[in-house]
Every structure is written in C-alpha cells, then in structure tokens.
Design a protein around this ligand. Structure first.
Ligand code: FAD
Length: 316
C-alpha cells in the first residue's frame, strides 16, 4: 500500500466521490495522501447515479471526465421538471451558452474510475477494506488515525494535526444536515459536511465542488502549516467558499423537501420554464450549479415569475 511510509500530509477517510476527488486535487499538488475506505472496489452503493452539469464541469477540471467517458458513461442534455400542470424541459448551459451534458455511469464503475485515477498519482496511497476506528489525539489535536484492515491488528497512521467538528445544525426531519466543516487541521467533505435530500440529485456535485474548493485553498494551508496542525482560521476559507457556492442550493432543497405543498414561487418558476425556453434553460443552469453566486434569478426571469404568480390559479 504505502508509497510514503506511515506519515502523511492528509488522511482522507472515504474513497468515493468526495474522497477520491480530494485525493486527486491534493496528490496533484505533490501532497502525501492516504486514502482509506472500508469497502473493496468496485463497490455498489445506493444512488440514482447521475452527475449534473456543475459536477461534470468539476470532473472536467479535475481531469477525470475523459476517463469516465472512456469507461462508457451515458451523457444526457435535458433536465425536466414537472409540478402540477406545469412541465418544463431545460438545457444547462455554461457561460458561453454551450450545453453541458450530464453524466451517468453508475457508482459501481464511476467510483472505481475515480479511485484508480487517485491511485495513479505517485504521492497517493490507497487502503481498501480498511476501517478507521478512531482518531489519535495529542494536546487536544488529532495527529492521526487508528485503522484496521481485515483481521490484522489495528495500525496507526500519522498526519499534521486535525480535530473533527461536532457542531451540528439539523434543519429538518429529512436528511438535510449542515455541519461546520472546519476545525484545527480537519475538514468534513461531501456528505459528511453538507448532506442534502437526494430530491434534486445534487450530492455528487456538492462533493466534487467541495473537493475542488479544498484543492484551491490547500496550497496556502500547507505552505503556512510548517509541519504543525493547520488552524481553523485558515481552514475557514474553505467554509466561506463552500457556503457561498452551495448554501443557496442547500436551502432550496431543505425548503422543497420539508414543504407540505409545493412552494408557490417554485411552481411559478416551473410555469415560467414551461412558458419560455430561455427561462427553462436559466432555471436548469442554476439548478445544476453553473450560475455564479448572486446572479440568479436574472431580472427578466424574476419579472416573468412575478407576473405568473399574480395570475389567478388555472381552473382544474
Ligand atoms: C437514494 C439516493 C440517490 C441518490 N442519487 C443521487 C444522484 O442521482 N445524483 C447525485 O448527485 N447524488 C445522488 N445521491 C447523493 C450522493 O450519493 C451522495 O451525495 C454522494 O455519494 C456523497 O459522496 P461522498 O464521497 O461524500 O460519500 P459516500 O459516497 O457516502 O462515500 C463515503 C465512503 O466513506 C467510507 N467510510 C465511511 N466510514 C468509514 C470508516 N470509518 N472507515 C473507512 N471508510 C469509511 C464508506 O465506505 C464510503 O465508501 C443520492 C443519494 C441517495 C441516498
């Protein structure tokens, strides 16, 4: 397993979407990464198996999209939303207005391709069938983990300090969970940091975009860490960027998944998309994480939705 002994810059627990993507980002920067999963890959997991446009663009930037295409991924262009009598079909578009195709390969194969991609990086070591049992704590900071592989004796792996966050904001009866993801030396990525009801099929994109944000800020952390635990102040930049990008989607999912009836604004939005193709494309583009924060809805979409909300309900 080990390409770099028992001491690492980062230990990542979980080697599926978030974990493998994070390992590729950090390994690409030359960081010594240990990527651990209790599963043996290829491995099935429950999913609807789609990656929407924003996640696909993140896969492209990561360098994994071609590998997934070569592995036989099915690509799709349209997203359809149907609420009450309104039925809209939109195409997600990038900033140059080109369609961005969604991806479906199935987690059994997708997770394997992502893991192989991480494993191919010289500084990334992978341990499958290895369960993390505990954190090793010294002077209030986690300095590593204890893990066990099969029937072997538990083994210690060391890194440069971490402490898991326990501050939890539970926001509903359904599976929507926000966790403050950063404390000294540790981060919660993917579902462990921000978990949404699978209603809109966003989890893979959340995980991939979180890993990308990690990759973007990691250079500064490691260069200023000087071999010691990376402090919360530095890590909080991750939280700021993650929340700016993902929290509007998180709140929209929370509102929709908990609502006893469809929100009138959402209904009017789908009505707008059923009325005008540009509106459908705009809504779908935003739903798939491709609208920059603060740019949705545009003035013309807000005006259209507002006018439709004022109309009397259609007779049934
Ligand atoms: C029914 C359903 C349908 C979904 N459909 C979609 C969809 O179509 N599109 C979409 O984008 N999202 C979908 N999601 C959400 C998506 O599956 C998750 O958001 C995504 O898997 C999160 O990735 P992750 O890497 O954070 O976690 P996971 O994929 O859960 O991976 C975590 C890994 O950590 C490992 N692990 C955990 N604890 C330990 C330990 N102690 N030691 C070692 N390893 C450990 C596990 O074995 C696992 O492999 C769906 C979810 C559900 C439940």
């Amino acid at each position: 397993m080990s390409k770099a002994g028992n001491e690492f810059d980062a230990i990542i627990v979980g080697a599926r979407v978030a974990g493998s993507a994070a390992a590729i980002h950090l390994g690409g920067q030359g960081r010594r990464v240990l990527l651990i999963d209790k599963a043996s890959f290829p491995s099935e997991t429950i999913s609807t198996h789609i990656v929407s446009g924003g996640g696909v663009l993140a896969l492209k930037r990561l360098g994994a999209l071609d590998l997934l295409d070569k592995a036989g991924a099915y690509r799709f262009m349209h997203m359809r939303m149907q609420f009450d009598q309104h039925d809209m079909t939109g195409v997600p578009r990038d900033e140059t207005r080109n369609p961005v195709l969604g991806l479906c390969l199935g987690r059994y194969r997708m997770d394997q391709v992502m893991l192989d991609c991480a494993r191919s990086i010289e500084s990334v070591s992978v341990l499958e069938q290895t369960r993390v049992l505990d954190l090793l704590v010294e002077d209030g900071q986690v300095v590593g983990i204890t893990a066990v592989t099969g029937s072997e004796e538990p083994h210690e792996f060391l890194m440069k300090g971490a402490r898991l966050s326990s501050r939890l904001f539970s926001v509903g009866n359904l599976l929507n969970t926000y966790r403050d993801p950063a404390t000294d030396g540790a981060l919660l990525l993917g579902d462990s940091g921000l978990h949404v009801d699978p209603l809109f099929g966003q989890g893979h994109s959340f995980a991939l975009l979180s890993a990308e944000i990690l990759g973007g800020v990691a250079r500064e952390w490691f260069s200023s860490g000087n071999g010691k635990a990376i402090k919360t102040g530095l890590l909080s930049e991750f939280t700021r960027r993650r929340d700016a990008l993902l929290m509007p989607h998180y709140y929209a999912t929370v509102a929709t998944s908990r609502a006893p009836a469809i929100d009138p604004m959402l209904l009017a939005g789908v009505h707008a998309g059923a009325t005008e193709q540009w509106a459908a494309d705009e809504i779908v583009t935003n739903a798939q994480f491709m609208t920059p924060p603060g740019k949705f809805p545009t003035f013309r979409l807000a005006r259209l939705v507002g006018s439709l909300m004022k109309q009397p309900a259609a007779a049934t």
